[in-house]
Ligand binder design. Structure first.
Ligand SMILES: [Zn+2]
Length: 66
């Protein structure tokens, strides 16, 4: 993998434009930037969600088939 000045988008692997004329740098496009953001948020939400579910189950036991 070449991480030199040429650079490639870490999402899709295509060549990306230099930072000076690429608002989505270090990605090739806004779309790939969103993909990366989505991945990051997905991980963050997953951690938060797991903690929330864990705490919720501690305080409120299931009442199925009432
Ligand atoms: Zn890309």
């Amino acid at each position: 993998m070449d991480k030199g000045s040429a650079g490639a988008c870490s999402i899709c692997g295509r060549a990306r434009a230099p930072r000076s004329r690429n608002p989505a740098f270090p990605f090739c496009s806004a779309g790939c930037k969103l993909v990366d953001l989505g991945r990051w948020l997905d991980g963050a939400y997953r951690v938060a969600g797991a903690a929330a579910i864990d705490a919720d189950e501690l305080h409120t036991p299931r009442e199925e088939g009432s």
